[in-house]
Design a protein around this ligand. Structure first.
Ligand SMILES: Nc1nc(=O)c2c([nH]1)NC[C@@H]1CN(c3ccc(C(=O)N[C@@H](CCC(=O)O)C(=O)O)cc3)C=[N+]21
Length: 286
């Protein structure tokens, strides 16, 4: 392997350590701690693991977490009422409704209902719009975490040919907006893209976020390129893999993120970051 690893566990720990210091400095002066509400509907085991990790990460930093575990039979009206209550609750700076939701509930209407200034996922149309017009507010955690990882490369993103593979609301689209804001020349590939290989081959930066294991082949990677893998897939043997054929890509890339230990831990760190940002704004600490 010739590529250098972008270590999301290490960078995420650095981000969290900075947040812990900020929180300690203000709470020692008598301010209330930041508060994050985590709403989970139903008991999907994979979701429960993420939610448990988020709670642990909060506790370590001094963020108070408020858990709401709802049965998967909860109605839209009941979920709406809970979000309304959390929007009004002065102890709460961030609201996260774990996705995906069961079929009978609308994620769009819940995302739209969350106060944009408590939307620590950065999914609300107001926050996506802010990012699109260069007035970023709360930024979607995964793309925000990727931007923080890219700082570790020391490379200038201005004018860089960036290819984002995947156009989802939660990763691909906001990722493209972040890279555009940073001055890259951005191409977004998606299911209707005709020649994915041709786009990836000319990229100085590839962000793979299609949710298809091994979609991006190692031989497509330009020598020295930065490769960011947002995919997470669990094989039957329990091992985790991304959207990139890692071993072959690492022979050519300049930098690459591992799975696990790359983008995933950054997503959680940036969720904490957004919660602290919201808290500081709400208390007027900036
Ligand atoms: N409202 C909402 N916000 C989210 O941010 C959100 C969500 N819903 N629904 C589910 C996805 C998924 N997600 C992950 C976060 C961290 C890891 C993570 O830390 N992964 C570890 C591995 C974890 C493992 O071993 O399974 C890693 O990549 O190293 C993974 C996945 C956040 N999500």
């Amino acid at each position: 392997m010739t590529a250098r690893l972008l270590d999301g566990r290490a960078v995420g720990a650095t981000v969290r350590a900075g947040l812990a210091e900020t929180i300690a400095a203000y709470t020692e002066n008598g301010h209330r701690p930041p508060g994050l509400a985590v709403v989970q509907v139903g008991g999907d085991p994979a979701s429960s693991v993420y939610v448990a990790n988020k709670r642990k990460a909060c506790a370590k930093l001094g963020i108070e977490s408020f858990s709401h575990d709802l049965k998967d039979t909860v109605s839209q009206a009941e979920l709406d009422a809970l979000v309304d209550e959390l929007n009004e609750d002065p102890r709460i700076d961030g609201i996260l409704v774990q996705l995906p939701l069961p079929e009978h509930l609308s994620a769009d209407s819940i995302i739209n209902r969350i106060d944009p200034d408590k939307d620590v996922d950065g999914f609300h149309p107001t926050n996506i719009g802010r990012l699109a017009i260069r007035q970023p507010g709360l930024r979607p955690c995964t793309p925000f975490g990727v931007m923080r990882l890219l700082e570790e490369t020391g490379r200038d993103l201005h004018g860089m040919e960036a290819v984002v593979v995947g156009a989802s609301n939660i990763v691909g689209r906001p990722m493209a907006l972040e890279l555009l804001l940073a001055g890259a020349t951005v191409t977004v590939c998606h299911r209707f893209t005709e020649d994915l290989a041709a786009h990836v081959r000319r990229a100085d930066l590839v962000v793979a976020a299609a949710g298809k294991p091994g979609l991006v082949r190692g031989e497509w990677i330009k020598g020295g390129a930065i490769v960011i893998d947002v995919g997470i897939h669990r094989r039957d043997d329990g091992t985790l893999h991304g959207d990139v054929d890692f071993d072959a890509a690492a022979e050519r890339a300049g930098f690459i993120t591992p799975v696990p230990g790359g983008v995933g831990p950054m997503t959680i760190a940036m969720l904490m970051h957004n919660t602290v940002t919201s808290w500081r704004r709400r208390l007027g600490l900036d």
